[in-house]
Ligand binder design. Structure first.
Ligand code: 13P
Ligand code: 13P
Ligand code: MG
Ligand code: MG
Length: 365
């Protein structure tokens, strides 16, 4: 038995240029921090990458989930990188660090966190999804397809190990509540919630009946954490593959459909989620359209063997083409819904000020 924890902790600590990408000095600083933690023995292995303007720390260790040393390491790394970002006057330096000082756990302080403690299997393929210009509910549709839809995942039908289905832990990010629902017998109930991703987001998926963790996301709601808009919760998600979990191809397949997600321009527009190679995760047109990347690893005694850049594959070209066509179609709506989010979802909204200014000009019908 080899129990390890895979932690992915991310934050936007400064964009280059604007909100589009990340300056190489930030990745270099983060790598330096990770290397020193690795040398001191805290980390078994690490990989630093970025998606758009979000810095991604992928770490393996023996300390378990929600561990103070790991969370502090991530926090300190983000602070060091923020200092680099400030020296370069990068855009929104320290955007996701909502507190001036660290208080024991990065959850609720701005950074996004997805962690799973696992007993590493004989072979342990994992997929790490990272997205920019969207929010954690964006994983609902792909997770549903991977773990509940036999038209996506034939393993649900023909693999004995998968035939009992999966349990979905769904969070109500507005009321801070959670519910666990079982696929396949409760899919109609599940979809009531999962189909409303601005409020309900899948936090985790478990294999039935073993109850082993299959997937975990960084579900949280930054705008609610801060009490006002400060940044978006550009999300990450870890998915285990093969054996009692869907095959690698089955966990990638949902992204061949560029679903409409929220988070484009000022966090206030719907747009298609475009699956791209790592080097194409620099959203620029109208600060988008939203991007998702997939880094595939094999774990070997906690060592991160990889990544393979899974969307760097011409078979995803049609999805990218479609996303561009859909993006153009949505853009033509300009400031109108459904391109613009509904009023209550608008993140950088000026609505309260406009209402205040015009209050005495509103009369009864
Ligand atoms: P496993 O059942 O060994 O995960 O293999 C299934 C597969 O890879 C088919 O694509
Ligand atoms: P980020 O959340 O990626 O910083 O994007 C902010 C935004 O809305 C840019 O238009
Ligand atoms: Mg940003
Ligand atoms: Mg971002």
């Amino acid at each position: 038995m080899f129990v390890i924890t895979l932690s992915v902790i991310k934050a936007d600590i400064g964009g280059y240029v604007g909100h589009s990408s990340m300056h190489p000095d930030l990745e270099a600083k983060a790598t330096e921090c990770m290397a020193s933690a690795h040398k001191s023995g805290v980390l078994i292995d690490y990989h630093v990458t970025k998606c758009g303007d979000d810095l991604q720390l992928i770490m393996t260790h023996k300390l378990g989930e929600d561990n103070d040393r790991i969370h502090k390491l991530a926090w300190d790394t983000f602070v060091d990188c923020t200092n680099v970002a400030k020296s370069l006057k990068l855009y929104g330096a320290g955007q996701d660090l909502l507190s001036d000082s660290y208080s024991g756990n990065v959850k609720g302080m701005g950074p996004g966190v997805a962690e799973m403690e696992i007993d590493e299997r004989e072979s342990e393929p994992v997929m790490i999804y990272m997205a920019d210009k969207t929010s954690s509910g964006a994983w609902n549709l792909p997770l549903y397809k991977m773990f509940a839809d036999p038209f996506n995942t034939i393993g649900l039908v023909i693999s004995e190990k998968m035939h009992d289905g999966y349990a979905f832990e769904i969070h109500d990010v507005k009321e801070n509540k959670k519910i666990i629902l079982n696929a396949p017998e409760e899919i109609y109930d599940m979809l009531i919630f999962m189909g409303a991703p601005s409020r309900y987001a899948v936090k985790a998926v478990f294999h039935r009946p073993s109850n082993e963790i299959a997937a975990v996301s960084s579900t949280q709601k930054l705008s609610l954490i801060a009490g006002k808009y400060v940044g978006k919760d550009d999300p990450v998600c870890i998915v285990r593959c093969q054996g009692k979990f869907p095959a690698v191809g089955e966990v990638l397949e949902p992204f061949a459909f560029p679903q409409l997600v929220e988070g484009w321009m000022r966090g206030s527009h719907h747009g298609p989620l475009m699956p791209v190679a790592l080097h194409d995760a620099n959203p620029s047109r109208f600060d988008g359209p939203p991007r998702v990347i997939a880094a595939g690893f094999q774990l070997a005694d906690g060592k991160l063997v990889g990544p393979v850049d899974m969307f760097d594959d011409p078979s995803f070209d049609p999805a990218r083409d479609k996303a561009n066509v859909m993006g153009e179609y949505m853009r033509r709506h300009g400031p109108f819904e459904p391109h613009r989010l509904p009023l209550e979802e608008m993140e950088y909204t000026t609505m309260p000020q406009v209402m205040k200014k015009l209050a005495d000009r509103f009369g009864d019908l």
